[in-house]
Design a binder for this molecule. Sequence first.
Ligand code: BDR
Ligand code: CA
Length: 350
Amino acid sequence: RTKVWLDCDPGRDDLVAILLALHLPSLELLGLSSVHGNATIEHMTYNAVRVLCSFATPEQIASTPVHKGAERPLLVRPKEGASVHGVDGLGGVEGLLDMSDPTVAAKQAEALKGNAILGLADACRGLQDGEQMTLIATGSLTNVALFAQVFPDLLVDKVARIVAMAGAEGRGNKSPVAESNVYCDPHAASIVFDAPVPVILCPLNLTHTALFTPTIHRQLLEGLPSHFPPTPPLTPTNGNSTLPRALTPLRHTLSTNLAFFAEAYKAKYGMEGPPLHDALAVAFVSHPELFKGKRYRVDVELSGTHSLGATVVDLWEYQKASLDPDESNWGRNGKNVLILESVDAAAFWR
Ligand code: BDR
Ligand code: CA
């Protein structure tokens, strides 16, 4: 199994990313860390703990540390605020345990005492000789940048690659030209993109090709008989929601989570369904055969008057002459990232 660490800001799509990291059979989740982004660090940490404690086995809960991470970006002002995720990231999601549950309360207390960068360093040190992990980032890149700066040797020795939901080719969702995870901490993104290990980006152009449409929502509620035999309802799953009854508590939680996201995306972007951005980053790690991508030189706009946080992708290789032609090298001297450009969306939903 591929060992992964997930740094996230849950978040509607981060919730799905956490569940995939916990339950895809080819992955082993070593730990979770929170970062500012979709809402405050307190909310992000609590949400990560709630998702873990609600849908993991007792063994997984015990063996998966959660660490609170950076509460603000490196240099720019924090950008959190009412967003497509709601004020606290997961408001209105039904079926998640809360602080009245002793496991959540204990895990949350532990998480708040933690430190994302030190936690990640511990997880790296816990790997056997020759073993490596994949670091998945689905929020602002502040923790990952700090880790890369503070523990450069661990990064090179123990992190096989960084897979980040970040950036876009020529579009934005937090400004006309900037994707949210980069916009929230552009300097951190710039450090991470130039890290001396393989960096793989899951950008908006890709995530916008896999929308959670009303049809997919219906399939989530009803089950996809050809792929997932329906399971009988385990507990009453309808709560106070006006949504149709789902087959299982997990489906109900996903449905209430994504119904909110769908409404928000419709209102803000007029899209027929929300992209599950972060879930795609995890799916890439477990099912790379569903994706196609290409190496590029990508820089982050750090001083633009109108374009702070834009990812400047050298699609046509204007900089070719000055870049290291050896693509086995990663880092600041060459094509520094692999951008995922297409996915088999139907297979992803299955
Ligand atoms: C990214 O921004 C966040 O709001 C989402 O959770 C995702 O990680 C999409 O731009
Ligand atoms: Ca996120």
